[in-house]
Ligand binder design. Structure first.
Ligand code: CA
Length: 422
């Protein structure tokens, strides 16, 4: 049976509402008290320790050794898509309810299957480089209307290429990492001189991160098929944004410090293969992209997304947006093809941010900037709590999942809490 078969069952009990059924098997890096970080996959409420499974000789990694006894998945990704595929199929077999090898080896099971509540989850990859895109037409239009008016909402280049910028790999952090309020130069439109101080318009951006698992040489170009094969998987990504710093600094070279202070990702990387049953066509692209950006296959995915916000005074978080990754105008494949098209080399561990994911409806906006319409319409969180942007102590959580028939391929969550500026 194929690893994506919806009828597969594991000997590990998995709640139908769990993000991590046997059809998912996302990769992460974990440790238990006093042990070194190593690679595992999530199954239900447990983690399968792949370092232990590899040490037991149960995985064929084409002769490579100690692939999983490492604090990142980079060495595994470097082995390439054939090994990704065969390893996922093998792990699926080992976890099946009707396969005895691990199921009936109680010593190994005890040693290699650990409750997720007892492990610490770490940043799962060494991020080689980080680029962030701007590929939701709804988001770009909302921001454009606010900044330039309805008639000039989309810049003339927007419909011709996935617009992006190179961000900072150094401050990509895993879910749960606290985010200190950034500082920077501020010059609101109604003030004559800039000043330096804590950001007053701190925002989130709901995105997916694309993890690149294959290198591409300097000077080359990627086809649609090559780009697709290079994508190892996807994470949730919060591209924290300082709107006031961004607004003053972005002319003419784009975002710099307004985006580089923190980018949070979820700890589990959902493989491209696990998302295969949820592949959908993206929006019609009109005008047709230039030849190098044209794609023959459906390259979007139906991933449902939700964002919750909890302030220090709230007992429970409030849902502030619900949207879907399928709305993206430019696909991850087109972003990668475009990124490499100049001759830019790509590395194992490169991370691409999809760009803020907003949908057509007001309830589907992926940033506070859009939800509060630049602060003009503060969000009502109940009990008299309002927010236009994020305050110190606010906790922001993003979740994502593909809904199958009786199971879901989930991403877990990415959470971050704002600390006061130091
Ligand atoms: Ca962004």
């Amino acid at each position: 049976m194929q690893p994506n078969d919806p009828t597969l069952r594991s000997f590990v009990d998995v709640d139908p509402a769990s993000d991590f059924p046997i059809q998912n098997l996302p990769y992460g890096v974990f440790s238990t008290s006093g042990t070194s970080p190593r690679v595992g996959v999530a199954i239900g409420d447990l983690v399968l320790d792949l370092a232990a499974i590899e040490a037991e000789g149960l995985l064929d990694l084409g002769g490579a050794k100690n692939v999983f006894a490492q604090p990142s998945i980079n060495a595994f990704m470097a082995l390439g898509p054939k090994v990704w595929s065969s390893t996922r199929a093998r792990i699926s077999t080992l976890l099946r309810h009707d396969h005895a090898e691990l199921r009936d080896n109680s010593a190994l099971r005890q040693h290699a299957l650990l409750p997720q509540k007892d492990v610490a989850l770490h940043l799962p990859l060494v991020v080689a480089g980080f680029a962030d895109f701007y590929s939701s037409k709804e988001h770009a239009t909302n921001v454009g209307v606010m900044f330039r008016g309805k008639d000039n909402a989309l810049q003339p280049n927007w419909l011709h290429m996935p617009i992006g910028y190179n961000g900072r790999a150094s401050t990509v952090v895993v879910s749960g990492t606290k985010v200190p309020r950034p500082r920077g130069q501020l010059k609101p439109p109604n003030v004559d001189e800039p000043s330096f101080g804590p950001c007053k318009r701190l925002d989130f951006e709901l995105e997916l991160g694309v993890v690149i698992g294959q290198a591409a040489p300097m000077g080359g170009m990627l086809t649609e098929a090559q780009a697709e094969e290079s994508i190892f998987g996807f994470t949730l990504l919060n591209d924290w944004s300082a709107r006031d710093i961004q607004q003053w600094e972005y002319v003419p070279l784009g975002p710099f410090l307004g985006k580089s202070f923190a980018t949070s990702i979820s700890p589990w990387i959902v493989t491209r293969e696990a998302l295969e049953p949820f592949r959908v066509k993206g929006p019609v692209q009109d005008p047709a992209p230039l030849a190098y950006l044209q794609q023959k296959h459906a390259q979007n995915y139906d991933v449902q997304l939700a964002v919750d916000l909890k302030t220090e005074t709230m007992q429970k978080p409030a849902g502030i947006t619900r949207t879907n990754f399928k709305y993206m105008y430019w696909s991850s494949v087109q972003q990668l093809v475009h990124h490499a098209s100049s001759g830019c080399a790509m590395n194992v561990g490169d991370l691409l941010g999809s760009g803020t994911i907003s949908g057509p409806d007001k309830s589907e906006r992926g940033s506070m900037l859009e939800l509060s319409w630049g602060g003009a319409e503060p969000l009502d969180l109940g009990n008299g709590v309002q927010r236009s942007f994020l305050d110190d102590g606010d906790s922001l959580t993003m979740r994502g999942w593909c809904q199958g028939d009786g199971y879901r391929i989930g991403f877990g969550e990415v959470e971050g809490t704002i600390l006061p500026s130091v």
